[in-house]
Design a protein around this ligand. Structure first.
Ligand code: NAD
Length: 472
């Protein structure tokens, strides 16, 4: 609404943090009016999101290009179409999701019936990140609306073009008395986090995840934390090498140039197989990005100069710099780094300690593939773990022994698009999950309701507790 939204700062609209409490109050009033709870309101807002995307595909693609040089097709497949299908699914399934779930009752409560009623939590906050800045902002918002909440979205300041676009599109297409965008960085997020929310869904680093959770704890606000980690890909030798390598490339360099939370962080394979694997990656990379990947239009740039500097520091660390077997080229002015492979970097190197989140790919070698389990288990639990093999026993052992947010055998990334699967981390990679029905659940309270009649009242439960009754 015009009363509080923005003030002009250096020609750029900026949220006035002093008005944060007022913003939340407004949204709470809308929620308390009951409007957002109705099926009709939820459907109308979801339809508006669909329309908003349909009518602005070009603008969205342009914003993603400005922020990340994101190739058009990648922007379409990974962000626009994913967001749309999430919206379509909610539109199709919402009436079923909203139906209370009948559950069995026991002899203790006889006669009775019981159901689980999904009710909206209230006023919720979604804090988003920059790597898939459109999808990762709107997808949780779709869940929050589906569940009947008022919602504030705080997109990432590191993807400013998408943030600005989201802010103006939401203002234009959605019910602003219940759905708002607050743009900004640390100050704005800090001001938002001081408020009492009924749920916070945060996507980003574990460092800030801790700040979010600490702020939420003050109000006993539940959180879903969508964090990251070092996602391993274990590669066996008994595979269709070309298909596996293409899928690894699709889950690294053709996925935002490695700047993806479920992107392959590092590979583990056997000493014997590594040279063959590297040759194949070299060959397929050339098929995808040409002889000089630095000039390819099909690969995103690094998002910012600080992330560029961080990646170069990982690459140029003394104990690592002589391990480069492919790539290594960089261009600071254009924030580009070529697809880079490093073989057998030491375990204590920085590149093996932190999430890489970029186009550098260490390959670790082991004598026996089973040894890879110990390497993975020595690190924090990752958001995704990948295995390429035709060995059924190895698949079973991997699923049973490796703990990760999600898991995918013989491919990368795609589990994110399986509607029936929850998407979320475990341990350092996060808590809670969303996607499809799980998004609805993430923003709902599961209210337990027991119905009794006045019939069949027994006196056994009532005092006085005579010995005879107690025995009963
Ligand atoms: P980030 O934590 O720096 O920023 C994310 C959000 O937090 C932004 O909106 C930012 O404004 C806000 N923020 C930053 N500093 C803050 C502070 N001090 N106080 C309050 N808010 C603050 O994370 P990032 O660099 O944008 O994201 C990278 C990380 O996100 C990686 O670890 C990656 O794996 C993870 N990630 C996870 C998912 C997922 O779905 N699980 C998706 C994408 C990225």
């Amino acid at each position: 609404s015009a009363t509080l939204s923005v003030v002009e700062v250096e020609g750029k609209p900026k949220f006035d943090v002093d008005k944060t409490a007022l913003l939340v109050k407004e949204l709470r009033e809308s929620f308390n009016s009951g409007r957002t709870k109705s099926y009709e309101w939820r459907i109308s807002q979801l339809k508006s999101i669909e329309k908003m995307i349909d009518e602005n595909e070009k603008e969205i693609t342009e914003a993603l290009h400005k922020d990340l040089s994101k190739p058009e097709l990648e922007a379409f497949i990974a962000e626009i179409s994913q967001t749309k299908s999430s919206c379509k699914l909610a539109l199709k399934e919402l009436s079923h999701w909203m139906i209370p779930e009948e559950v069995k009752t026991s002899l203790t409560t006889y006669p009775s019936s019981a159901e689980i009623v999904s009710e909206p939590l209230g006023v919720v906050l979604v804090i988003s990140t920059w790597n898939f800045p459109f999808l990762l902002s709107l997808d949780p918002v779709i869940g929050a609306i589906s569940a009947g909440n008022s919602v504030v979205l705080k997109p990432s300041e590191i993807a400013p073009a998408t943030s600005l676009l989201l802010s103006s599109l939401v203002e234009e297409y959605l019910d602003n008395s219940a759905i708002r965008v607050v743009e900004g960085a640390v100050d704005e997020t800090t001001a938002l986090l001081e408020q009492k929310w009924d749920k916070i869904l945060y996507t980003g680093s574990a460092r800030v995840g801790r700040i979010v959770m600490a702020a939420a704890a003050k109000h006993l606000t539940p959180v879903t934390l969508e964090l990251g980690g070092k996602c391993p890909a274990v590669v066996d030798s008994n595979i269709n090498l070309q298909v596996a390598v293409r899928r690894i490339i699709a889950g690294k360099w053709a996925c935002n140039n490695g700047q993806a939370c479920i992107g392959v962080d590092y590979i583990i394979t056997t000493k014997e197989f590594a040279p063959k694997l590297i040759d194949s990656i070299r060959y397929e990379l050339e098929q995808f990005f040409g002889k000089d990947p630095m000039e390819s239009k099909d690969i995103s740039r690094i998002v910012s100069s600080s992330h560029f500097a961080r990646l170069i520091k990982l690459l140029d660390e003394d104990k690592v710099s002589d391990k480069v077997v492919l790539g290594g080229q960089r261009d600071e002015n254009r924030l580009k780094i070529a697809p880079t492979i490093l073989l057998d970097v030491p375990e204590d190197s920085q590149i093996m300690q932190e999430e890489i989140f970029g186009p550098l790919m260490p390959i670790l070698t082991v004598e026996n593939l089973k040894d890879s389990f110990e390497v993975i288990k020595s690190k924090s639990k990752p958001l995704a773990a990948y295995l390429f093999t035709n060995d059924e026993q190895l698949k079973k052992d991997f699923v049973q022994n490796i703990s990760s947010g999600g898991m995918l055998i013989n491919d990368t990334i795609l589990h994110v698009a399986a509607d029936g699967l929850p998407f979320g981390g475990v341990g350092e990679s996060g808590m809670g999950s969303y996607h499809g029905k799980f998004s609805f659940d993430a923003f709902s309270h599961k209210k337990a309701v027991l119905y009794r009649s006045f019939d069949g009242d027994t006196s056994v439960r009532y005092p006085p507790y005579t010995p005879k009754r107690v025995r009963l």
